[in-house]
Design a protein around this ligand. Structure first.
Ligand code: PHE
Length: 336
């Protein structure tokens, strides 16, 4: 049998394009049919070499053509059978695309936005890179005031006129500038502090500011609003208590605590006290109303600064604030 015939015999056994490829590798690349022919040339008498060389080239070319044609035939066959639909099962489920889900912070923010808009509040946004004026000065915290030490601030310029907002309270003054009283507004968003991070401290976290400006507002209105807020978040009535709290932009200022939603006799969430500290708040200081262009003789207001990150942690039993912005899918997938 000649080399050529042997090749034909091999091809006759092939059943698909990949088999033809394997034959090609064997016959033309490795030390098989055609390479052996080339290898024999140097050992021939000089007069015969040319003829053998031509023969070998001829064989190589015709083998290649043959193999290419076979491969194309198999490929066409495969395509035709795929197109005919034979063997296609339309009932096999397709691949499901991976689906994302809302971040727990986004969920709680949206829920609270629904709750507050249903009570006539507008939702406002404010810049995360803020002027010192809005973050401190207009909030009754002048340059040399010790209250500035309560919030370790990232400064953006050497003069200290531009800061990363340390709380959402600058939203109070911006709201006053944008709206005519009476009005109600919430300002959810990211805030930044130069913290040493641990399970309960993060340099970037979320708050939701609330501000109501109207006539003759009292601490009673404030407490009523806070109780409604807590009912919305925890789905049940929680007892609250007020402690005095110092914030230069409210007078009087409070820390509003709620009964721990998870226990009756002390647990790790409430640090065995049965109270959780949730809502700093108070009646808007006249200086702040003035800074926002509102006459404190006519109008009064109350404000609160809900710790959104903390609330989300309480709500979902998250034990480390650093999970929230970690981007770790193992954490996020639990909320899908
Ligand atoms: N902005 C204050 C803080 O982050 C909280 C606060 C808001 C207090 C509104 C009173 C009124 O600490």
């Amino acid at each position: 049998m000649s080399d050529h015939d042997r090749l034909l015999a091999l091809i006759a056994e092939a059943k698909e394009a990949s088999a033809v490829e394997r034959i090609r590798d064997e016959a033309l690349e490795k030390q098989k049919l055609v390479p052996a022919l080339f290898a024999s040339i140097p050992s021939l008498p000089p007069g015969e070499r040319k003829a053998r060389g031509q023969e070998a080239n001829e064989l190589k070319r015709s083998c290649e053509e043959l193999l290419a044609a076979c491969k194309a035939w198999f490929e066409n066959q495969a395509l035709a059978s795929e197109r005919s639909g034979a063997g296609f099962d339309a009932t096999i489920p397709g691949k499901r695309p991976e689906r994302g889900s809302l971040h727990p912070l986004t969920r709680v923010t949206r829920e609270l936005e629904d709750l507050f808009t249903s009570m006539g509040y507008v939702v406002l946004d404010g810049p995360e890179v803020e002027l010192d004026w809005y973050n401190f000065e207009a909030l009754n915290i002048p340059r040399d005031h010790p209250a500035r030490d309560m919030q370790d601030t990232f400064r953006c310029d050497p003069q200290g006129n531009v800061v990363l907002r340390t709380h959402t309270s600058p939203g109070q003054v911006r709201a006053m500038e944008r709206m005519q009283p009476p009005f109600r507004a919430i300002v959810p968003g990211k805030v930044f502090r130069q913290e040493t991070t641990d399970a309960s401290h993060e340099h970037t976290f979320h708050q939701m500011e609330g501000l109501v400006v109207g006539r003759d507002l009292s601490v009673g209105h404030l407490i009523g609003t806070m109780k409604t807020l807590l009912r919305g978040v925890f789905g049940k009535e929680l007892e609250v208590r007020l402690r005095p709290g110092y914030f230069p932009f409210v007078e009087p200022g409070f820390e509003l605590d709620a009964r721990c939603p998870f226990c009756t006799d002390g647990c790790s969430v409430c640090k065995r006290s049965t109270w959780v500290e949730l809502l700093p708040c108070g009646m808007v200081h006249p200086n702040v109303l003035r800074a926002g262009g509102i006459d404190p003789e006519v109008w009064s207001g109350f404000a609160f600064g809900l710790g959104l990150s903390r609330l989300v942690m309480l709500r979902y039993g998250i034990d480390d604030v650093r999970h929230l912005l970690s981007g770790d899918l193992r954490f996020l997938e639990q909320f899908a």
